[in-house]
Design a protein around this ligand. Structure first.
Ligand SMILES: *[C@@H]1O[C@H](CO)[C@@H](O)[C@H](O)[C@H]1NC(C)=O
Ligand SMILES: *[C@@H]1O[C@H](CO)[C@@H](O)[C@H](O)[C@H]1NC(C)=O
Ligand SMILES: *[C@@H]1O[C@H](CO)[C@@H](O)[C@H](O)[C@H]1NC(C)=O
Ligand SMILES: *[C@@H]1O[C@H](CO)[C@@H](O)[C@H](O)[C@H]1NC(C)=O
Ligand SMILES: *[C@@H]1O[C@H](CO)[C@@H](O)[C@H](O)[C@H]1NC(C)=O
Ligand SMILES: CC(=O)N[C@H]1CO[C@H](CO)[C@@H](O)[C@@H]1O
Length: 696
């Protein structure tokens, strides 16, 4: 076991040498913000918030044009060719669509710029007038980016809508913004046709797919929409090219409809300056981002994280390859057996991810390792624990010989899942669990930069820098943000708390958006302008600052509920503690002031439950039946109690009764947001009967 000696002794010696020189690096500093209350922190390296990282550039349209001039011959947008669509039938008779996809085909910066200019001219030729808004309603794809940039060149504000948004919300967003042109895919076109009677302002549709289903354009004769394919629009623009109508920094670039967790979605108005501030800040944070990088794009572009990321990538000469969550890896659901997933076809160097996807990667790897068992599992466990203590201890261990060894023996194969070249992962949308962060750090060998921000702050907020190896924190303020905490006495969080100041998180700076579209009351509630004219957004999240200036999210105002006898239950905290139980696929805690105890709705994990049932010799025909059995409930409940005890939850925080649910909560069902956050109100309504039974 020579390798073992090398791997243990060498780093040990160096760790001892380096231990003394290791000290906590400062990343943020307290700052006085004009006599306003609260405890504010700024980024260590920038005294005033950054507005642009590029000299003389003040809008996204200018930024993109500059990049196209600097890198005309480099590839920018890549899409895989569809070779065939096939149907596979599983042993139990269900059929699945599988895709056979080819290599990436690329558009250079020059070609993309031509397409963008042509689209912009074509849009005007179609009759889209100045001051009218356009909506993009589609999955993430090459045409989305071209349409976005095309609209920017005509100073057209773009309304973005998640393709998974429900009918009512879709109607609301298009109507509220009085959109005249909708740019969509053929899949979304079908949904639009269904509600065409309610879309009073829409005059024309641009379909990203060349083949427009022939019966669609004829459908609603009372509203004769002009349905044009994107290719035709570009052709029209090529033949009748007109001068651009460029926006100013203060013009609205995007009105982003967020799939909020309550009520109808709200449109957040973002100026070019807002988005540019975030894009500039991200630039300063991803190490060495440049024209050698390849970015895998698959998250919804209607999410500010993805929108900002793609604009950064397209500003520095890197390439963007498009994929989808269902075709990401060789073993993804929609990939034909034996063919390549998006990541292996592209070999990206940079990716963005939401925690739910990283959790899935982690579980997938763990499952595979466990299934193999024997020597390879032992080797993996050894490698993992060695790397874990190295990452935790000193940076020498992280970069030393030992790392090469383990990479070669163990992690190389895991890295191949994502193409083998990943050097940076940007995670956002929700807090990432420390366990997953470590796992991905180690197995992929890539640092994860974790961001915290909201659509309302244009994703600006905080960002954990790539060399920060701690977990569970979201980093120091972005160069474009001030972040402060203010007292929330009702919840028991004060900025004078020791050892760490705690309170509601408030974000200020050039990244803070203008507010909600046509919703001044709501805007006034959560946006405030201080005496010096700086805008601040009240997030409703509760955080604490560490001594090095990094923020940790510890709670959410709305999710803290007072029980009948006055104890406060933090729903999010309890949920994340109970998530640890293997039987939990998803969970929602319910508490209210009318009862003295809380209850839980538990979406069960099918594999874990099946394993338990087969061990116990319990037979069942479907999961719904299994969830009803008393012994199942007992088993899951005791597992929850165990998790609760491990997390040292108070007695009143442990749900007194639970209901098991067999069906997963998905964005399509409307029970969770696209970022997979619980929509508590919707879930409460959907399961009101179950909940009231739990209290009877
Ligand atoms: C861009 O469009 C907005 C909204 O129609 C308008 O108020 C603004 O003046 C336009 N900007 C320029 C530079 O024309
Ligand atoms: C559309 O919006 C207008 C005002 O902008 C409102 O009067 C009308 O009721 C809305 N229609 C629908 C179907 O929501
Ligand atoms: C269009 O035709 C397809 C099949 O040819 C059919 O499934 C679909 O329902 C039709 N759509 C409408 C709106 O009639
Ligand atoms: C549809 O577009 C054509 C030109 O492409 C135009 O002549 C026609 O008037 C448009 N129809 C409507 C209803 O806007
Ligand atoms: C990592 O280090 C911290 C303190 O530096 C320690 O509390 C923790 O137990 C360590 N974790 C592992 C897995 O070594
Ligand atoms: C639109 C906006 O929020 N503008 C503010 C950006 O931040 C600067 C200070 O850094 C303020 O002066 C602006 O009013």
């Amino acid at each position: 076991m020579n390798a073992y000696i090398v791997s243990v002794l060498v780093p040990l010696v160096f760790t001892l040498i380096l231990r003394n020189s290791k000290k906590e690096k400062k990343r943020g500093l307290p700052v006085v913000v004009g006599g306003e209350p609260g405890y504010a922190i700024r980024n260590l390296r920038f005294t005033t918030p950054v507005t642009t990282a590029w000299e003389g550039i003040s809008t996204l349209a200018e930024l993109f044009e500059q990049a196209c001039k600097q890198h005309p011959n480099r590839p920018l947008l890549g899409t895989r060719k569809l070779i065939s669509r096939e149907t596979e039938v599983s042993p139990d008779g269900r059929s699945f669509e599988k895709l056979h996809l080819g290599e990436y085909g690329w558009l250079t910066y020059r070609k993309t710029f031509e397409a963008v200019c042509n689209f912009a001219s074509g849009l005007a030729q179609l009759g889209h007038k100045r001051g009218e808004r356009a909506a993009i309603y589609a999955d993430t794809r090459e045409e989305w980016f071209i349409a976005l940039q095309g609209c920017f060149r005509r100073n057209v504000s773009v309304v973005t809508i998640y393709s998974s948004l429900g009918e009512e919300a879709l109607c609301h967003s298009l109507n509220e913004t009085e959109v005249t042109t909708v740019i969509c895919g053929s899949k979304e076109l079908k949904k639009l046709v269904d509600i065409s009677g309610q879309l009073d302002t829409v005059e024309r549709i641009i379909c990203m797919d060349d083949e427009i289903p022939s019966n669609l354009s004829l459908v609603d004769r009372s509203r004769i929409w002009n349905i044009t394919s994107m290719a035709e629009v570009e052709k029209l623009g090529r033949e009748n090219s007109i001068e651009p109508d460029l926006p100013l920094a203060s013009d609205i670039a995007v009105i982003m409809y967020t799939s909020g967790s309550t009520g109808l979605p709200k449109g957040v108005m973002m100026t070019h300056a807002n988005v540019l501030a975030t894009v500039s800040a991200v630039m300063t944070i991803v190490p060495g981002l440049g024209n050698k990088d390849v970015y895998l794009a698959y998250l919804p572009l209607a999410h500010i994280l993805e929108l900002a990321a793609e604009n950064v990538i397209a500003a520095v000469g890197s390439a963007i390859g498009y994929g989808t969550p269902l075709t990401l890896t060789d073993t993804s659901n929609k990939i034909k057996k034996g063919t390549k997933g998006d990541a292996t076809a592209l070999s990206p160097t940079v990716m963005t991810a939401v925690p739910a996807i990283l959790d899935r990667v982690r579980d997938g790897v763990r499952k595979k390792v466990d299934a193999k068992g024997g020597l390879s599992k032992q080797l993996f466990d050894l490698a993992y624990s060695r790397r874990l203590s190295a990452v935790n201890g000193s940076w020498f261990g992280a970069w030393g010989l030992e790392k090469l060894l383990w990479n070669f023996l163990v992690f190389r194969k895991i890295r191949a899942i994502l193409g083998g070249r990943i050097r940076f992962i940007l995670s956002g949308g929700a807090p990432l669990s420390g366990d997953t962060q470590r796992f991905i750090n180690i197995c992929l060998g890539a640092p994860i930069g974790q961001g915290y921000g909201l659509t309302e702050t244009c994703a600006g907020g905080t960002f954990s820098e790539f060399d920060d190896t701690t977990v569970g924190r979201v980093g120091a303020p972005l160069p474009c943000s001030f972040v402060k905490l203010i007292d929330w006495p009702e919840g028991g969080y004060l900025t004078t708390d020791s050892p760490k100041p705690r309170g509601e998180i408030v974000i200020g700076g050039p990244n803070v958006t203008l507010g909600y579209f046509k919703n001044e009351a709501k805007t006034r509630d959560v946006y405030k302008v201080d005496k010096r004219g700086m805008r601040w957004f009240y997030t409703g999240d509760i955080g604490q600052f560490h001594a090095d200036g990094c923020l940790e999210i510890i709670d959410r105002k709305k999710d803290i509920v007072k029980l009948q006898h006055g104890e406060y239950v933090s729903l999010g905290k309890v949920e994340s503690a109970l998530f640890v139980s293997p039987y939990v696929e998803n969970i929602m805690i319910h508490a209210d002031p009318f009862h003295s105890y809380c209850v839980a709705l538990v979406v069960v994990s099918h594999p874990a439950l099946e394993e338990w049932a087969s061990k116990k010799g319990i037979s069942f025909t479907d999961y719904a039946e299994l969830c009803e059995k008393e012994e199942t409930v007992k088993e899951v409940y005791s597992s929850l109690v165990k998790a609760a005890k491990e997390a040292r939850l108070e007695k009143f925080e442990i749900p007194a009764k639970i209901k098991l649910l067999p069906d997963p909560w998905t964005p399509e069902s409307g029970l969770v947001t696209a970022a997979l956050k619980l929509k508590r109100d919707v879930i409460r309504r959907a399961f009101s009967e179950e909940l009231s039974k739990l209290y009877s």
